[in-house]
Design a protein around this ligand. Structure first.
Ligand code: SF4
Ligand code: SF4
Length: 294
């Protein structure tokens, strides 16, 4: 595999590197990778292992991202790599998020130009950074997004919002439409269910919104974990105060996966949450992963 020197890191004592791409700020010894598994210190230099090596490539309807109000009815050329900077116990893509590149295997290099060509070949209107967490392949996403802008293709980010301000300042202005997760409106939820901190996600969402890109938000609703009225209402109040009631909101049903073996979300819960949001003046509300007869 070709090695790509990473951005956003500092050299430290004894050949250590400190990655500054996300709020984890991993201190990485030579020969080791950071928490996400795709940024490696080799002899005091930090490399991105995933640049140019997508492990999932697919043409998707834009609605599947989910984005309900950006280029509706179009296709988006979607790709992701291994690695994630969170460890959600309910991850529904854990084979990618917790996957690692195998030194013994040969992977095809798919550079930014090829991604753009593939998008055009498949009549897509945009490229989407998705499936695993795109923050961990931010260098690759930036190079693809810059080319996409030149070629008048849209750029889509599906993210957990766990990114450092300095990396966000380079990536987010290149993004035309983003769907960012709000996993549960509390530090306690982020700590116990995702192994991360909550506050940086709010800052990233606010920053992306300030760039003027199209924003939609997703909340995966997990029974008895993040579905209490008080938590949902606190989140709605935050969106109203810091963003806008015009931001489309997606509430999705959870099903048992990875380490989560609790019950799936029932339809009544999602309908109740939709009603809460409507009563507070939100009108762009979408329910996901459920079938609701009209
Ligand atoms: S991007 Fe990866 S290596 Fe860098 S700080 Fe975050 S988890 Fe650690
Ligand atoms: S942020 Fe997304 S991809 Fe990463 S562990 Fe959580 S659910 Fe999985």
């Amino acid at each position: 595999m070709e090695k790509h020197v990473a951005k956003w890191w500092d050299a430290a004592e004894n050949g250590m590197t400190v990655c500054k791409l996300c709020p984890r700020n991993c201190h990485i010894a030579s020969g080791r990778t950071g928490f996400c598994g795709v940024r490696k210190n080799q002899d005091g230099v930090l490399y991105s292992l995933c640049y140019g090596y997508p492990v999932a490539l697919q043409v998707d309807p834009i609605e599947k991202k989910p984005l309900a109000e950006y280029l509706p009815g179009t296709k988006t050329f979607s790709f992701g790599t291994y690695g994630c900077n969170l460890n959600c116990c309910f991850c529904q893509n854990y084979h990618l998020s917790r996957g690692v590149y195998d030194d013994q295997r040969k992977y095809d290099y798919i550079g930014p130009e090829v991604i753009i060509e593939l998008a055009f070949t498949h009549n897509c209107h945009s490229v989407a950074f998705t499936y695993n967490e795109p923050t961990v392949f931010a260098e690759y996403a930036i190079d693809v997004a810059e080319l996409a802008r030149k070629e008048k293709l849209g750029t889509v980010l599906v993210s957990n919002g766990y990114i450092s301000p300095e990396a966000a300042r380079e990536l987010y202005p290149l993004i035309d439409a983003a769907n960012i997760d709000m996993k549960g409106f509390s530090e306690e939820f982020y700590s116990s269910m995702t192994g991360s901190k909550f506050h940086p996600v709010l800052e990233a969402i606010k920053y992306y919104f300030s760039t003027g890109g199209h924003l939609e938000l997703t909340n995966l609703v997990i029974p008895q974990k993040n579905d209490r009225d008080e938590m949902i209402i606190a989140w709605l109040d935050w969106v109203d105060k810091e963003l806008s009631r015009d931001v489309p909101l997606h509430f999705s049903a959870c099903h048992p996966d990875y380490q989560y073996d609790g019950p799936p979300t029932d339809v009544e819960t999602l309908l109740h949450i939709r009603e809460l949001a409507r009563k507070r003046g939100f009108h762009h509300i979408y329910l996901g992963n459920v079938f609701i007869p009209e």
